[in-house]
Design a protein around this ligand. Structure first.
Ligand SMILES: [Zn+2]
Length: 324
């Protein structure tokens, strides 16, 4: 779900061009900068004559997520030269490492809660994120989200949003206030084409749960053997700077659980039929009182058998928090 805003891009490039020209005055050997300046001028020219975003070699459109990351790109992925390809591979390796480092420890038991997750990018990197944080007062914070778009640009935005949320934790704010501020900061700092749906919440030692759902597909609660979905309490983060987020409160008893997932799980389809929320609910009830890790494994097996091993196009993240 990307989309290039050409007038905005033009402003952006023009602004950078001015800054670059300023810099040229202060650099003792500006030859390299002239090369860059030429690239910017040529991009602006392509915008004006309508050939922007078209590969120099094959004249097919260049991948939009790559243009978003580097507006000066002039060739599609298939037509990178050796050095460009090497650089891209290194970026990708780096992005993969950053993502791996952001993931929480898996299969944890903390203060009456059991927590497991599964994080499966469709490609090398994912726009999904997932977190689980123990607080000093004995409660835990959990987050799961999905940044729009795919590839490196989505994964970088995901890292950025994740870091924003982490840095807001030190202020000891209420759950919905953290989402409100993360939204504002994310809005102010991203290219306007990126937004994210997310679930963020807190589970206390007593079994009380507070949750905030920013335009995300419905989390499920299994309470006393019955399953229910929770509706969104606000819009996705990154859409509009001033959004309010409501809280949902409930209490979980022993063996109750909360299931969070990204739409890659339910929207994956075979012969144009989606896996869907109903089948997900049935499968969860079937897994019953198994451990969170086993419930997740059951889900993944069930989705695989539904899809009959047809290729997957979207990232999938599932996390389960269970009262033990
Ligand atoms: Zn090409």
């Amino acid at each position: 779900m990307t989309g290039l805003n050409i007038p905005a891009l033009k402003n952006h490039l023009t602004e950078r061009r001015e800054r670059l020209q300023e810099t040229v005055k202060y650099v003792p050997d500006p030859v390299k900068l002239y090369g860059l300046l030429q690239q910017v001028d040529s991009a602006l020219e392509r915008i004006d004559n309508g050939s922007y975003g078209i590969c120099n070699v094959c004249h097919d459109p260049i991948e939009e997520d790559r243009l978003l990351v580097d507006p000066l790109t002039t060739v599609c992925l298939d037509h990178l030269d050796h050095h460009q390809r090497k650089a891209l591979e290194q970026d990708l390796e780096f992005a993969i490492k950053i993502q791996r480092n952001l993931l929480p420890e898996n299969n944890l038991k903390v203060n009456g809660w059991e927590f497991s997750y599964n994080y499966s990018p469709a490609g090398p990197v994912s726009g999904d994120f997932c977190d689980f944080i123990k607080l000093e007062d004995g409660s835990v914070l959990f987050a799961l989200g999905d940044v729009s778009g795919k590839g490196i640009s989505a994964s970088l935005m995901m890292s950025h949003l994740h870091a924003l949320i982490r840095s807001l934790l030190s202020f000891n704010l209420p759950v919905n206030e953290i989402v409100t501020r993360a939204n504002r900061l994310f809005c102010e700092s991203t290219v306007s084409t990126h937004y994210a749906t997310m679930v963020f919440g807190k589970a206390s030692q007593t079994g009380d749960v507070e949750i905030c759902i920013a335009g995300h597909n419905p989390p499920l609660v299994i309470n006393n053997g019955k399953i229910a979905s929770l509706n969104a309490t606000g819009i996705p983060v990154g859409l509009f700077c001033h959004s309010e987020y409501e809280l949902i409160n409930f209490k979980l008893q022993k063996d109750d659980s909360l299931i969070l997932y990204t739409d890659g799980l339910t929207e994956a389809s075979f012969n144009e039929i989606e896996y869907g929320e109903e089948r997900l609910k049935k499968q969860l009830l079937k897994s019953g009182a198994r451990s969170t890790q086993n419930i997740i494994n059951d889900l993944i097996d069930d989705q695989k058998s539904f899809l009959k091993d047809s290729p997957r196009f979207d990232d999938i993240t599932i996390s389960i928090l269970k009262r033990i």
